[in-house]
Design a protein around this ligand. Structure first.
Ligand code: NI
Ligand code: MN
Length: 227
């Protein structure tokens, strides 16, 4: 069974059949985790956008482990210029079968510059199909009504930002949950800094009273089995 391990902020490890897929590997500087990038050995790294709190430790991790970096064209190229040997470029709306499952990049309403100001292409969400389960990571985004399309075909898990200020806040994330119709919603991108402080229990009550989705609140280090 595939599992998601939370490292705080928007950093996740998807483990499937002994393979680790790290998503938005922001560990150095992540106030919500004590886990060091050096202790993780992913085979694949997926990056939603170029902001430092998502691109994070991608280069160091990929150089050490040889992990394949999966991202939009601009991020994949930039990573290779930074010394990453293996990168797979995709773009919004495109999907591809990898050894662990299918990845599709979905739209996100946000920015995607690198910390040095370099152009990071368009930000993305990720639709994953792994072991027959469908997981949507919205990345950093505003609410948009096409989330209804992303939910078509059913979602087992939706990872939604609730921090407000840079992304959806709890009210819009609850509307997103309604559009997506996922069985389980898990909040992310909150409480890393005071600017994105939120009460996830309040979000849980809001979603569970206004949709058919259940909300799982994960603390950093927690694992979620995708059943
Ligand atoms: Ni961002
Ligand atoms: Mn962010």
């Amino acid at each position: 069974m595939a599992t998601l391990t939370y490292y705080g902020h928007s950093t996740w490890a998807l483990d499937t059949k002994g393979t680790m897929v790290l998503i938005d590997p922001f560990l150095t500087g992540n106030t919500r985790t004590q886990v060091a990038a050096a202790s993780l050995s992913p085979s694949f790294i997926i990056v939603t956008h170029a902001h430092g709190d998502h691109y994070g430790d991608t280069v160091d991790l990929a150089k050490r482990t040889g992990a394949l970096v999966i991202a939009n064209f601009e991020i994949a190229n930039y990573a290779q210029k930074q010394g990453v040997a293996n990168a797979h470029a995709m773009h919004i709306g495109g999907g591809h079968e990898f050894p662990f499952g299918r990845v599709k990049l979905t739209p996100a309403l946000h920015g995607s510059s690198f910390p040095d100001g370099a152009y990071g292409g368009m930000p993305a969400g990720i639709l994953l199909e792994v072991e027959g389960k469908r997981v949507y990571d919205a990345g950093d985004t505003a609410l948009f009504s096409d989330m209804r399309l992303i939910g078509e075909g059913g979602l087992d898990v939706a990872l939604l930002p609730i921090g407000d200020n840079f992304t959806m806040g709890p009210d819009d994330a609850a509307k997103a949950a309604k559009l997506l119709g996922a069985r389980t919603v898990i909040p992310q991108h909150y409480n890393t800094w005071p600017l994105i402080a939120q009460d996830p229990q309040q979000f849980k009550r809001l979603v569970e009273s206004s949709t058919d989705s259940r909300v799982a609140i994960l603390e950093p280090g927690d694992r979620f089995e995708i059943r």
